[in-house]
Ligand binder design. Structure first.
Ligand code: HEC
Length: 289
């Protein structure tokens, strides 16, 4: 018994030591996990952070990456960046929307329109990017994740970890560096620690001071931009996260109360039914019957 306990303790200790280790792919460097406001069963989005993330997207990434499943009006919905309706209307009007019904084929956007894509089609996007395709951002935070060796992923069942997408995007934006000895970059290729295969055809899109945030107090650093943008992309991929978590909480609370109720009902229903182990007399009687 003593031996078993020692082994168990050693195992748990060893697992705890390696717990935070995650990577973008097997054998790759570890993706550092960030602390997100939307993590955990009660996590919610930080509206200001989503607004900043949208600003970074619009000013830097939108020239290559579309967001075709997101409509302007989504930006003012509950649980999201909560821009005012007037802001959304003004923002939409800055875009030209292709509309065959309009005079001249284009018209200014309205809140119901979706974000226009930067390229007409995939081929045009590839031609503009040296053959590589900048993926659409609508659900990219759900389409990417991180690789975790055993036993780390097993912990996720208990911690409810589901932020692999934003953790990966954050790491990717921070992960550019000089290639190690012996690796030749083709023109238009860059070395990134976290991109699967490491050779990415996207130039480092962000650097310190690139985007000017309104107001004081938020650092204008690469790390901050990457964090805000990753949070924003989590929202575009899962805009109803907060409502979903609230519904989950209500359902679980109901189930716990209901289980208690069922327990008392069961006690009441069976209160007058006698049950005991059969005595030798009973056994004899049953055998005769
Ligand atoms: C000049 C065009 C351009 C801009 C601007 C740009 N990207 Fe990209 N991005 C690309 C291309 C091209 C790829 C595909 C790279 C590849 O497949 O090698 C890509 C790929 C990506 C990917 C997917 C990586 C993967 O795992 O497949 C992410 C995430 C990404 N970009 C984020 C961003 C963010 C965030 C910004 C803005 C801060 C941004 N990009 C700005 C061109 C761009």
């Amino acid at each position: 018994m003593f031996k078993f306990k020692t082994i168990l303790a050693a195992l748990v200790g060893a697992m705890a030591l390696v717990a935070p280790a995650t990577a973008a792919e097997p054998g790759g460097p570890l993706v550092p996990k960030q602390s997100w406001t939307f993590a955990g069963p009660f996590g919610t989005y930080d509206e200001n952070q989503l607004q900043r993330g949208f600003q970074v997207y619009r000013e830097v990434c939108a020239s290559c990456h579309g967001m075709r499943l997101i409509a302007f009006r989504n930006l003012s919905e509950p649980g999201g960046p909560r821009f005012s309706e007037a802001q959304v209307r003004a923002l939409a009007a800055e875009y030209q929307i292709v509309d065959p019904a309009a005079e001249g084929g284009v018209r200014p956007g309205v809140p119901a329109d979706r974000f226009p894509t930067p390229f007409a089609n995939e081929q045009e996007a590839r031609d503009a990017n040296g053959g590589a395709y900048p993926p659409d951002f609508s659900v990219i935070a759900k389409a990417r994740g991180i690789y975790e060796p055993f036993p780390n992923w097993a912990f996720n069942y208990f911690t409810g970890y589901s932020e692999g997408g934003p953790d990966y995007i954050h790491a990717l934006l921070m992960g550019y560096r000089e290639p190690p000895e012996g690796i030749e970059l083709q023109p238009g290729q860059y070395y990134n620690d976290y991109f699967p295969g490491h050779l990415i055809s996207m130039a480092p899109p962000l650097q310190d001071g690139l985007v000017t945030y309104e107001g004081e107090g938020v650092p204008e650093t690469l790390d901050q931009y990457a964090t805000d943008l990753s949070a924003f992309l989590m929202w575009t991929a899962e805009p109803h996260l907060v409502a979903r978590k609230e519904a989950g909480f209500r359902v679980i609370t109901f189930l716990i109360l209901f289980a208690g109720l069922l327990y008392f009902v069961k006690n009441k229903l069976w209160a007058n039914v006698k049950h005991r182990n059969p005595s030798p007399d009973d056994v004899e009687r049953d055998a005769r019957a």
